[in-house]
Design a protein around this ligand. Structure first.
Ligand SMILES: CSCCC(=O)C(=O)COP(=O)(O)O
Ligand SMILES: [Mg+2]
Length: 231
């Protein structure tokens, strides 16, 4: 059996610090200008209107911007925020303001697994558009040719078992032929509930206190991708 590998991004292929200290502050800072300039574009307006609906109906763009900045501060995984962040980050990648961080062991393993014939897919709270940009502009080069599919919270939340069942259906694979890698045990619990195989990626750079014993919730634990044994 050649398992399909489904991977999370933040804390798994890539450092939490890059997302929290580079991407999020960039989006927070650039949001007012972005909404002012591009708030009329249908692909931007659609998501601003979704935020307004969440706030109870029509409201000023200034209020929407403040709400979105508050959600960034709280690390809310709201689909509209994630879609807007993706559109904003595109500008940063294009201008060369940053390259996406990917751990060298992750880039090497993804390339090795792809060569060995393992289908690869991503499931992140970041929008599918943001995921493609992320891997296209990584510090390990363009990794997008390695991936067959990208899933975001439009398929459901990462802590809900049904999301993983839907991903298995979309990939046309039985759940137990999917192996999900994540740094968040609650996401792994949901994936296991749907029948997926699971691995906790417990990187010391991101989690200085190793999660061992009960803290792993019984998921296989690795600190680097090269420790993963694919049966
Ligand atoms: C597409 S990169 C940005 C990741 C992001 O916005 C995020 O919230 C991280 O969530 P993940 O599910 O990858 O841990
Ligand atoms: Mg993560």
């Amino acid at each position: 059996m050649t398992p399909t590998i489904l991977t999370d991004i933040e804390g798994t292929t890539s450092s939490i610090s890059f997302v929290k200290d580079v991407l999020f502050p960039y989006a927070r800072r650039e949001l007012p200008r972005f909404v002012h300039l591009r708030g009329g574009d249908p692909e931007v307006r659609r998501w601003l209107d979704a935020v307004a609906t969440d706030l109870g109906g029509a409201c000023q763009d200034d209020v929407i911007v403040e709400t979105l900045q508050g959600w960034i501060d709280q690390d809310r995984k709201h689909t509209a925020l994630k879609a807007l962040q993706g559109l904003l980050w595109a500008e940063g990648y294009r201008n060369g303001d940053y390259a996406a961080h990917v751990y060298s062991d992750a880039a090497a393993a993804l390339r090795r697994w792809h060569r060995a014939g393992h289908p690869l897919a991503v499931y992140s709270s970041g929008s599918a558009g943001a995921q493609k940009l992320f891997f296209a502009h990584s510090d390990a080069g363009d990794l997008t040719p390695l991936f067959d599919a990208y899933f975001d919270t439009e398929i459901g939340g990462k802590r809900e078992g049904t999301s993983y069942a839907r991903i298995a259906l979309a990939l046309k694979r039985p759940p137990d032929e999917l192996l999900f890698l994540s740094d968040v045990v609650e996401e792994l619990d949901a994936a296991r509930e749907a029948g997926l195989r699971t691995v906790l990626v417990d990187r010391l750079e991101d989690y200085p206190q190793p999660r061992t014993g009960e803290a792993t919730h019984g998921h296989t634990r690795i600190e680097r991708f090269d420790q993963l044994e694919l049966a």
